[in-house]
Design a protein around this ligand. Structure first.
Ligand code: HEC
Ligand code: HEC
Length: 264
């Protein structure tokens, strides 16, 4: 064989290998539409996620544990809720309709509300302590299926919020005139700047996003998507964000929780 054909053969082999790699990645166990955001991490991000020494989430979980048992608090979470190991189902059950607030609340809302019963009430949904406790409660629920069902008494309200969430998901908005569905249903797997568009499942939260240098909730991530399409960004905790979270969780029915996790 001449040098030319050997070289040629080499490039063909490389191309075949690359194609095999990319398709086997896309078909990993589940169809791409049913994959968690964690399946879209680059190899180096996955390595970082699996290494407790390199993964910044470890520190947040330590902090969450300290807050839960609350050495320096008059009333700690543990005083009412017992050891953290007895609290494995909460994260899989939010958002839920709150009769107290007459709206949907998510896990972070519940943490802020409960903190009012302690000596260190939190003011903000994005407070580091709230996110650390959310990370801890999500870790307890890892590998659990999302379990959302309306309370019989509030079925109508719940269904109305869910319908609004579904409607929001397909509603065009912003200067780019796009809806969530255009990216997270119709362009899954395509590259957008440095990201590969995932189905936008809510399973991996809260996330430690390197570009935020912080933990963030699903609330913050959805606001970032509003900002990305240059739409008016809703306030943290606003009704539409909870409606979208409920819709995303119903849409992800059958999937298990795999947060907290890292993002680029
Ligand atoms: C122009 C495309 C685009 C639109 C429109 C868009 N997003 Fe996103 N979204 C992204 C990109 C890119 C990411 C980061 C990569 C990824 O995980 O998909 C992302 C991430 C997410 C994630 C996090 C997934 C994870 O596991 O980290 C959620 C949840 C999400 N989007 C929800 C929404 C919702 C709800 C809307 C509508 C309000 C929306 N997005 C609109 C592009 C979009
Ligand atoms: C004084 C007792 C008390 C303290 C302290 C307390 N909680 Fe609660 N918590 C409750 C009660 C009662 C409920 C039932 C719903 C309600 O009243 O909000 C609840 C509900 C919850 C739920 C939802 C459970 C579910 O699945 O319905 C979570 C999660 C939670 N608390 C987390 C926390 C965290 C985190 C802390 C510490 C910051 C904390 N709680 C501190 C009494 C307490």
């Amino acid at each position: 064989m001449t040098e030319f054909t050997i070289k040629h053969l080499f490039w063909i082999c490389l191309a075949i290998a690359a194609t095999l790699c990319s398709t086997s990645k896309a078909n990993e166990r589940q169809p791409i539409q049913a994959q968690s955001g964690n399946a879209f991490l680059s190899a180096s991000m996955q390595a970082m996620q699996q290494d407790p020494m390199a993964n910044p989430i470890s520190l947040w979980l330590d902090k969450g544990h300290a807050l839960w048992t609350g050495i320096d608090r008059q009333a700690s979470c543990a005083q009412c809720h017992g050891p953290i190991e007895n609290n494995k189902t909460h994260a899989s059950q939010f958002p839920k309709w709150s009769s107290k607030f007459k709206k949907l609340i998510n896990l972070e809302d519940q943490i802020v509300d409960c903190s009012q019963k302690t000596s260190l009430p939190y003011q903000s949904l994005e407070a580091a302590d709230v996110l650390a406790l959310s990370a801890l409660l999500h870790q307890q629920s890892q590998n659990r299926t999302i379990q959302l069902k309306p309370d019989d008494k509030y079925k109508e309200q719940w269904q109305r919020e869910l319908n609004s969430g579904a409607q929001l998901f397909t509603q065009r908005m912003g200067r780019m005139n796009l809806a969530c569905t255009h990216c997270h249903d119709q362009n899954v797997g395509k590259r957008m700047q440095a990201d590969i568009i995932s189905p936008g499942h809510p399973t991996g939260f809260p996330i430690f996003k390197l570009s935020w240098q912080s933990m963030g909730s699903v609330d913050r991530r959805i606001r970032a998507c509003y900002s990305g399409i240059q739409a008016e960004v809703p306030q943290p905790g606003s009704r539409e964000l909870r409606q979208l979270e409920l819709f995303l969780k119903i849409r992800a029915e059958g999937m298990t929780l795999d947060g907290p996790s890292l993002r680029r």
